[in-house]
Design a protein around this ligand. Structure first.
Ligand code: GCB
Length: 608
């Protein structure tokens, strides 16, 4: 019979769970790895042809893992194969596809990626294929062998490939789909660009056969005198002596892992320079087992709340923050280099910030490492944003999976002090249940940090009320407000408002902001002028200063960012203009208003 290879090839049944990739390797860049970034071939697959027979309906979930992964080459001149990776164009990895080809600017759907590489695996070693982020859904195969599926655009995942790796030539095929869906996290409606593709590094990682897969070492909860943590081995030789050594602090301990490869430890601290934004001291921690060793620069600090105060190393602190998207205005698309992130964090420092809210999804893991060394505290968030599919169990599992992976990834970062479980989630009993489950998950995963969420405020009779029932599960009550921008009141009219916050907890205003086109000057009543935004910040600062338990602010936001929701041609042109810095890197007038506020706050808190 005539054999036709359309994009659907042999169907192998393979059950999968899109969220099944848990427990990735800690501190991945400290490992031996081959970097698989670079040019990857791609094929746009608008109709999901790779998942279908020629006349067929779309393959069902289990069959999805068949098909395209074969990377079929034509064996004879008569053979019909209707795709060819090697002759297809290429995209940069890491990178989103939207910014790399005009035709893909608004593309949402499937793109197949392929690349080959040469390696010589060493006997006795293990190999892992690691993706630091793919937006949104990834089906991955190596040498025609299915590895699995991952859903969620901003967290890492990896597959062990020790058995699948060839000595010599290898190829990877990844099907990436960024279709927005109601049941996804985020859902189908959000105010940022839905950049698709393999947006962060891809690494082939080598480890010993039994290796230190995971560890946590931090000061114990609210305890400046003890470090606490665990080590988790992976492999066959699970019971080993592990040495944890911090030479500069004169600390060392030895523990033995149990039959599951795990050991918990406590190390009493004598003298330590605690990590602060002013002095972001990092110590090199050496972890050594019989078969493996790993080093990492880690800072040590405590964070807690006491009444309405936030205490860093026992001292009251005001979080002088700003929100930031993961986008460099100078280059289209997602940032690709560490220098992009350094630029954003340096701007936050120029604003006199000690705190950044990484909105609205997990940013690159290099961001929290840079924040560790630059001295910036962080709020890290998962994209539980606006109206999620609250009653869908798998949506909740997805959201819990994302917060788990974020905490798993950044649990050794001194900079990270707050896990945010969501943003502006409108009240309903279903939402309540979902968000409470999220708060419980975050607390259970990490008792050394604080849990918050950006809540919504309600207004009646000139009173702004924050009484969201979720507040009882949060360590910090945070809320977003746009009085003077999204309200009928002009900025100079908002001082009439008073606050009614029903929790005796610290408060962070997690967003406030107004749009301004950089370089557009007019009077302060003119929308989108720098003067309007400046006046808005002046009046906002007056208004929020009435909140006696205010312990932080993260205005919306550091830099203008691209959003398909912002299409006013005169002022927006596809940009959300609420940045304090324009898309050309120019500081707007409001930047200096906030900078002054923060200089005063710094003085006010310097003696507390
Ligand atoms: C918000 C959202 C943020 C938007 C912002 C805006 O409340 O949390 O993602 O971009 O408002 O500009 O309207």
């Amino acid at each position: 019979m005539y054999k036709r290879y359309s994009l659907l090839l042999i169907t192998l049944i393979f059950t999968f769970n899109a969220f099944s990739q848990t427990g990735f390797t800690q501190n991945i860049y400290a490992r031996n790895y081959v970097n698989l970034d670079g040019r990857w071939h791609y094929i746009v697959d608008l109709y999901e042809t790779g998942f279908r027979g020629f006349h067929g309906a779309r393959a069902d979930e289990e069959e999805k893992l068949s098909g395209f992964f074969e990377n079929k080459q034509q064996q004879s001149k008569s053979e019909l194969i209707e795709y060819n990776f090697e002759k297809s164009p290429t995209l940069n990895v890491p990178g989103d596809w939207n910014s790399q080809d005009d035709k893909l600017l608004y593309y949402e759907g499937t793109i197949w990626y392929q690349r080959s590489f040469n390696v010589h695996p060493q006997p006795g070693k293990r190999y892992f294929l690691r993706f630091n982020a793919v937006n949104y859904e990834a089906y991955v195969s190596l040498n025609d062998i299915k590895l699995g599926v991952h859903a969620g655009g901003f967290t890492p995942f990896e597959f062990e490939v020790t058995k699948q790796l060839n000595d010599g030539n290898n190829f990877i095929v990844v099907k990436v789909n960024n279709t927005r869906k109601k049941e996804n996290i985020p859902t189908d409606n959000f105010d940022w660009w839905n950049y698709g593709g393999i947006t962060r590094d891809v690494l082939l990682v080598e480890t010993p056969s039994t290796f230190i897969k995971d560890y946590k070492i931090q000061l114990a909860k609210n305890d400046l005198k003890n470090m606490e943590g665990f080590i988790q081995l992976d492999g066959t030789d699970l019971s080993q002596q592990i040495k944890i050594n911090i030479p500069e602090a004169g600390l060392q301990t030895t523990v033995t892992t149990d039959a599951t490869g795990k050991a918990h430890f406590t190390i009493p601290v004598k003298q330590l320079t605690y990590w602060t934004p002013e002095n972001p001291k990092l110590y090199t921690v050496h972890i050594t087992s019989t078969t493996d060793s790993v080093n990492e620069a880690i800072g040590f600090r405590t964070i807690e709340t006491k009444g309405v105060d936030i205490l860093l190393n026992g001292r009251s602190i005001f979080l002088r923050g700003v929100c930031s998207h993961e986008e460099n205005p100078f280059i289209p698309g997602r940032p690709r280099a560490t220098s992009d992130i350094i630029m954003l964090l340096t701007w936050a420092k120029e604003l006199n910030c000690n705190f950044v809210r990484l909105a609205h999804y997990p940013h690159n893991e290099n961001t929290s490492r840079l924040a560790d060394s630059m001295g910036l505290l962080l709020w890290e968030e998962v994209p539980v944003y606006w109206t999620i599919d609250w009653t869908n169990d798998s949506t909740l599992r997805n959201a819990q999976h994302q917060i788990t992976d974020l905490i798993q990834r950044d649990k050794n970062r001194a900079s990270t002090i707050i896990w945010s479980i969501g943003n502006e989630t409108p009240n309903s009993p279903e939402r309540e249940k979902f968000m409470e489950a999220m708060a419980d998950s975050a607390h259970a995963l990490d008792n050394t940090r604080l849990v918050s969420a950006a809540l919504l405020a309600h207004t009646a009779n000139d009173t702004i009320t924050i009484n969201d029932a979720l507040g009882k599960k949060l360590d910090i009550v945070s809320f977003n407000e746009y009085y003077g921008w999204y309200t009928k009141e002009m900025p100079w009219e908002i001082n009439k408002f008073n606050f009614n916050i029903t929790y005796n907890k610290p408060v962070i205003i997690s967003e406030l902001g107004a749009g301004a086109l950089g370089g557009f000057h007019a009077d302060s009543a003119t929308r989108f002028s720098e003067e309007y935004q400046q006046r808005f910040y002046q009046d906002q600062i007056q208004m929020i200063s009435k909140i006696s338990n205010l312990r932080g602010t993260t205005p919306w936001l550091l830099v203008d960012f691209r959003s398909p929701k912002r299409m006013n041609p005169e002022y927006q042109d596809g940009w959300n203009r609420k940045g304090l810095i324009s898309e050309t890197g120019q500081k707007k007038k409001a930047f200096y208003v906030l900078q002054d506020f923060y200089t005063n706050k710094e003085k006010e808190y310097s003696n507390k």
